[in-house]
Design a protein around this ligand. Sequence first.
Ligand code: UGA
Length: 432
Amino acid sequence: MKICIIGTGYVGLVSGTCFADLGNEVICVDRDNNKIENLKKGKVPIFEPGLEELIKKNSKNKTLKFSTNINKSIKDSKIIFICVGTPTNIKTKNVNLRYVYQVTQSIKKNINNYKIIVNKSTVPLTTGDKIERILNSKKNKNKFEVVSNPEFLREGEAIRDFCYPDRVIVGTNSKKANKILRSLYLPLIKKDSRYINTSRRSAEMIKYASNAFLATKISYINELANLCEKTSVDVKEVSLGMGLDQRIGERFLRAGAAYGGSCFPKDTKALIYTADKFKINLSIVKNVIKFNEKRKKLPINKIHKILGKNLKNKIITFLGVTFKAGTDDMRESSSNIIIPYLSKKNAQIRYYEPTGYKNNFKKLKNVKFFDKIKDACNLSDLIIIHTDWNEFKQLNFKKLVNKKNIKVFDMRNLYSITKMKNNNIKYFGIGR
Ligand code: UGA
């Protein structure tokens, strides 16, 4: 099938590449010339395991192409995926749909035969209706269908999530569009996953409802972690015991600092905005947002508890600074709050991060990037395991730190309390 993907950000690039890998003819379009030229050379702008190899393979096979020519790419394709960013509008706090509507205008001009316009960007309820209204004209009558097909890709696991989806949601009332999209997804839905055809609005709602639910699940265990800590209970044991009940499920029950990333914080707020507009009070999600905001300060309080009030010249080492493992994404990462705070307190901050140096801390004093864990940890007063990268899961702190009084604050609860105690390491987790 001939597919045009508009927007070569995270979602567009992963989806386009995977569709090409399934044997479709895919053209990925972006207005950023530089990005497209780099992609043509196989240079990928984001860190996502497996993506670069897959882009190279399919570019070589000529199933995957890159272009800045949006008009021609739309005309030449049958299915058009809208995959542009929907950032939060800083003033209104609502989702900024400018890019979605700009792309819609381009599509409107280039509908030359029957096309399915699939929106994959995360957009508020009823956006599909508005896209349809924009596209409607005498010339375009009966020549298009607007479908909502939300993505459920986790950063760092996106290729796997695309190839082995738990579900594929296709929101359309059109039998014809549904049939075509079903056949597009057929190679994936054979693998035990479920293809669900819903109304367009339901599909839009499912995306936000899923992210808000996962954010709620995390916040629930995070709030319980506070109680566990006060009562000498290990939240990890509680998660395990709860999660084995299949009605609850073990995933997204890991307690930690506030949840981050570009999706949960943004999507929970967008859902509230929509609900308020329809005069519905989503009180649970509102509390989740409030709780998570408050929780952002938790690591700072812990660091003071461990090192005392005065942090001047204390050597503090961060292992990982991204919002989670498997990504180079710094959006809504707790390190963006903790590191500037420590820098103001005149601590000596070091960080080791598998995805390299981060511009976020460029202007801060006393913040240094190290490309070896050992150098970052040597003689450190406190090691903070900030991100759950696999390479942090079996460290020999005694060898790394080279001093007697070793202190570790594990924001991801990766280590056994007993083993740490036996090794004479002062170990602090979350909710344990
Ligand atoms: C999330 C969803 O998981 C995807 O299904 C969705 O498609 C995506 O948002 C999106 O809307 O595009 P992502 O933001 O990549 O994916 O990251 P997650 O793996 O969901 O993690 C989000 C945050 O929750 C991270 O800060 C992570 O550390 C935290 N988390 C996750 C926990 O604190 N505990 C857990 O048990 C799981």
